[in-house]
Design a binder for this molecule. Structure first.
Ligand SMILES: *Cc1c(COP(=O)(O)O)cnc(C)c1O
Length: 368
């Protein structure tokens, strides 16, 4: 079976390096928020081109803490996309703010600026821009739009590790970026982990406080925070795995290039090409097909796993059916949810695996 992710197929050097990192932590006897976390925070912030990284428990907390650091909460509106992981909207709601859902651009699956513009109100405080599938796009337009409308640009970078354009990396365009290091992400931990990145010192300081019960200095709690601390074990292993991130990203980009050349089934549509080669890190390689469920079943029959990101747009999830949205509706998101399919695209795939997937997709007909 060609899987969406295949951690067991990782090179033995990676495994050995992870065990080495784990040993270092056990030898140190320090397990939560210590030198490994500080070292990984510094390394990741540097790669993102920002001054501060604050390690947290996971990606959804990074977004929630980020919004709270911006004083966004009850009574405030935050515009985001219904075509994302549930976590994005959950974070807005958990921060106490009101999500407003804008539609996507059907060519990319990314938030549509025109739709976001229609969602603006006096209460709008931020846009949470999701770099879906690993793509960053039109970033200067987003920066200008948010600046002009005096709202914060918050980047959900959970799928876009080190995607860049003109030398600027995801998380460096907005006032803050939120990363997840969940195992399946482009940089993944053997567990949950996340990080908030920012150039603003007051945000970093407040995030450090919020992740640790709202504690400023030991035993003083000027505000109510949460427990979203990062473990030494996860930080040490992530720091080690960083060594392979660039090569792994290049491999994802190579696989995507092979797909773009090889896929020629008229019933299968590709998303738009990235604006720059570095602006798409292919967390997922997504195609669109009217007969999506049949295509998924056909691939499965041919030994290929393919998953749907995402089958249900957020406004159709039970707790979100009343969520405010673009007055023109969310038709593109609904259409995308009904037609999108993610093909395997991970660094452990061989060229032969990629050709197997291409042949199976090209060979798909609805008459079978
Ligand atoms: C994975 C993901 C998150 C949440 O990250 P967790 O670490 O699972 O909390 C948020 N947004 C997007 C777009 C994601 O893909």
């Amino acid at each position: 079976m060609i899987l969406m992710n295949d951690f067991k197929a990782e090179p033995v050097e990676v495994r050995d390096a992870m065990l080495e990192a784990a040993k270092r932590v056990f030898d140190s006897g320090w397990y939560v928020l210590g030198p490994e976390v500080a070292a990984f925070e510094a390394a990741w912030a540097k790669l993102c081109g920002v001054d501060f990284g604050v390690g947290v428990g996971n990606g959804v907390d990074a977004i929630e803490i980020g919004l709270r650091c911006l004083d966004i909460g009850p009574g405030d509106e935050v515009i985001t996309t219904p075509m994302t992981a549930f976590a994005t909207v959950l974070a807005v709601i958990r921060a106490g703010a009101t999500p407003v859902l804008a539609d996507i651009d059907p060519e990319t699956g990314l938030l549509s600026l025109e739709s976001v513009n229609r969602c603006l109100s006096e209460k709008t405080k931020a846009v949470v821009l999701v770099h879906l599938y690993g793509q960053i796009r039109d970033m200067q337009n987003w920066v200008n739009f948010c600046h002009k409308n005096k709202i914060a640009l918050v980047e959900d970078c959970a799928q876009s590790h080190l995607a860049s354009m003109n030398g600027r990396v995801a998380g460096h365009f907005g006032v803050l970026g939120a990363y997840s290091f969940y195992p399946t992400k482009n940089l993944g931990a053997p567990g949950d982990a996340g990080m908030l990145v920012t150039n603003t010192e007051t945000i970093a300081t407040r995030a450090q406080c919020l992740r640790n019960y709202g504690q400023s200095v030991r035993y003083q709690h000027p505000e109510l925070g949460m427990n979203s601390r990062l473990d030494e074990l996860q930080a040490a292993i992530l720091h080690t795995r960083l060594k392979w991130l660039e090569a792994n990203t290049q491999r994802r980009q190579e696989i995507a290039a092979l797909y773009r050349v090889g896929l020629n089934n008229k019933a299968v549509r590709l998303l738009a090409e990235p604006q720059f080669k570095t602006a798409h890190v292919y967390h997922l390689f997504v195609v669109l097909c009217e007969k999506r469920d049949e295509l998924q079943a056909h691939l499965h029959k041919n030994g290929i796993q393919a998953l749907i990101h995402y089958p249900i747009p957020i406004h159709n999830q039970v707790p979100c059916q009343q969520v405010a949205r673009d007055p023109q509706g969310l038709g593109h998101s609904e259409c995308h949810a009904n037609t999108c399919l993610s093909l395997p695209c991970h660094p452990q795939m061989s060229d032969r695996d990629v050709q197997t997937v291409i042949a199976a997709v090209n060979d798909f007909t609805t008459e079978e």
